[in-house]
Design a protein around this ligand. Structure first.
Ligand SMILES: Cc1ncc(COP(=O)(O)O)c(C=O)c1O
Length: 426
């Protein structure tokens, strides 16, 4: 059966919860052992002191280690990405930071794609630097040879232990070839030190891109976005092999950054409608992008559908190979600069001016001064994060209403042209 058919039931046994059709919220900090021997055995397995028997399940101990809501949610998330295991976190940032901290040590080198979400950029360029973990970034479009030459030029290639990429990238929809990164990973992996490749799949949710299929070791999500989908919960997830997720869960236990049972319950409720929501969001986004493409106030539209039509051969190949949809995230350059972008944002009525993405309601923001405010200013320009860039997350509203809202906000901008040049172009 397909994942969408299993989201209401997978992993839950009503008979264990008085026949309740829905998994209750297990609002409990700890679990009663039947006897001391059982408690001892559960800890042996949980702390890796002894191996788990073939069919043995980890017994419930304490909600920082495990909880039924968390476990059922993790089992359900595995279905979409065909992953062996999953660890759910209290935020996307905690999923990303825990994964990186588990596999990297002081002196190691991280390769990462640019741009990444502003919070991830900050973590890499500020916090990891403080921990003496070095990093080197690359842009979409750079070749495998160029990237390898750059890593070798650091003289630290032997210490490259992790590659972290975001594709499509927030906020520009820049595309990275996961299979190319898997080859770079192989190039630097040794038996003693296999390089770990992680992909932040937040922009595509669990539906439209499956990084494990293309050679990634870990898939990371801000579950706050499409998975939660209603802009009412902060959460994150990391998926991969049993072996790697066991290590990540180990660190999660001691950092204590697992999601709580209510968060897990909210996410299970959201997963039931994940496919219908995302399908509708993609349909709406296609219409909004077509409208923006022909609008006189818009210079460039960064949307996977546009890349599929007008991108480079390499980009078209990535789209064909990696994606099953053009997604529901659009960015565009408005004619003008910050003033025009802000006038547009300030005049939206239906679309809300807020950061975040993937929810049922459409959102708009200005990456240069908001989500990516902290990114190095010179690098921002190279990544197309300029003052004229506006990011839209398309929701499930009626697409005609979204287009009317964009039209009236654009009209407000048109009343205040900045230069004579703009007037000529309008
Ligand atoms: C691509 C991406 N990754 C990670 C995050 C961080 O997730 P969270 O806000 O849930 O910590 C975000 C948040 O916007 C994001 O857009």
């Amino acid at each position: 059966m397909r994942p969408e058919s299993l989201m209401m039931s997978h992993g839950y046994k009503p008979s264990l919860s008085q026949g309740a059709i829905k998994c209750p919220i297990f609002q409990t900090s700890t679990f009663v052992f039947q006897n001391a021997e059982e408690g001892k055995r559960f800890f042996e397995v949980a702390y890796g002191i002894k191996e788990k028997d073939e069919d043995e399940e980890l017994g419930l101990i304490y909600s920082r280690l495990n909880n039924p809501d968390l476990e059922i949610l993790e089992d359900r998330l595995c279905l979409w990405d065909k992953a062996e295991d999953c660890a759910v976190f209290e935020s996307g940032m905690s999923a990303i930071s825990t994964a990186i901290l588990e596999f990297m040590e002081p002196g190691d080198l991280l390769l990462y794609s640019k741009p990444v979400y502003g919070g991830t950029d900050h973590f890499i360029n500020h916090f990891l630097k403080k921990m003496h973990i070095n990093s080197i970034g690359f842009l979409a479009g750079e070749s495998e040879e160029e990237i390898i030459a750059r890593i070798d030029a650091t003289g630290n290639g032997k210490r490259m232990t992790m590659i972290h990429i975001e594709t499509p990238a927030n906020p520009t929809n820049a595309l990275i070839d996961i299979e190319m990164c898997a080859r770079i990973k192989k190039h630097y992996s040794t038996d003693e030190k296999p390089v770990v490749l992680s992909v932040d799949n937040t922009y595509m949710g669990p539906l439209w891109q499956h990084p494990l299929k293309h050679g990634a070791d870990l898939v990371l999500y801000s579950a706050t976005k499409y998975i939660g989908g209603h802009s009412d919960v902060i959460a994150g997830a990391c998926l991969g092999s049993k072996e790697l997720i066991a290590r990540i869960k180990g660190l999660r236990t001691f950092l204590g950054n697992m999601a709580g049972s209510f968060t897990a319950w909210l996410l299970m409720r959201s997963l039931e409608t994940l496919k219908v929501r995302m399908d509708q969001q993609a349909v709406n986004a296609e219409k909004v992008a077509a409208f923006l493409n022909s609008h006189a106030m818009v210079e460039d539209v960064y949307y996977l559908g546009n890349i599929a039509a007008n991108g480079t051969d390499q980009e078209k190949e990535i789209i064909k190979n990696q994606y099953t949809s053009y997604g529901a995230m659009i960015a565009f350059d408005i004619r003008g600069g910050e003033k025009e972008a802000f006038t547009f944002l300030n005049n939206l009525k239906l679309i809300k001016l807020a950061v975040s993405l993937g929810g049922t309601e459409s959102l708009a923001e200005h990456p240069q001064t908001m989500t990516h405010a902290d990114v190095n200013p010179d690098e921002k320009v190279a990544m197309n994060i300029t003052e004229k860039l506006v990011r839209l997350s398309i929701g499930v509203e009626n697409s005609d209403d979204l287009i009317s809202d964009i039209t009236q906000a654009m009209n407000a901008v048109k009343l205040k042209p900045v230069t004579e040049n703009d007037l000529v172009n309008m």
